[in-house]
Design a protein around this ligand. Sequence first.
Ligand code: SAM
Length: 228
Amino acid sequence: PLRVRVDALTPTILLGVREARHLQVLRLTPGDSLRVFDGQGSEAEATLTELTEVGAVLTLGAGVQATAETPQPVTLAIALLKGDKLSDVTRAATELGVARIQLLITRHADAREIGTQKLLRLRRVAEEASKQSRRAVTPEILEPMPLAEFAWSGTLFLAHPGSRATLAEHLNWQAPVTVLTGPEGGFSDPEVSQLQQRGAVLVTLGPRILRAETAPIALLGAIVATGV
Ligand code: SAM
């Protein structure tokens, strides 16, 4: 069924002109079934009860178990990158199941800030990609913060070339998971040792150096390849 994102799963849901047009283009008529989701993990069946040029009314049906999420939330923490690279990372990371993306300002990051327009674009990319991959959750894209202030709960995997451990060896779902990747210039030595002192697990992605936009996808790929 067609999936429509709504603000909240209320017994009656009103859709605006844009969504109504979309339903008309798809030739839906009153009585047709669809799915609604709120981007926070809730999803339900719904029936189209009214459709006009200017809006639509849906009636909420039974809740549907959202099955597309990992056993614990996965956060991608990533240094700010140049150009449009973060859009590609956001799209792929959303398909790969992340619950949130935390942008970070690191010593060698390509930028110290991100413009509002760019941040909004990343949020739109995440929303589109979550629809595409049939998730009920749209990952949050959090404004950049300095690496030293970034606090995580659960396990943090820091991808750092030359490390010996692998993510697969240490991944367990007892607690939330965070994966952290650096900018093109990598992390500085003090950054790595501070993260290590704070309990980060340093992991390798093999003997090749991956580009800053490839490394997060490889790490998240290693997670989904376990079948979660
Ligand atoms: N000269 C930098 C260094 O030695 O850290 C290379 C940085 S690499 C282009 C960008 C980021 O991707 C790194 O900070 C790291 O997070 C990740 N990365 C790339 N290749 C990796 C590998 N083979 N193992 C672990 N992490 C890797």
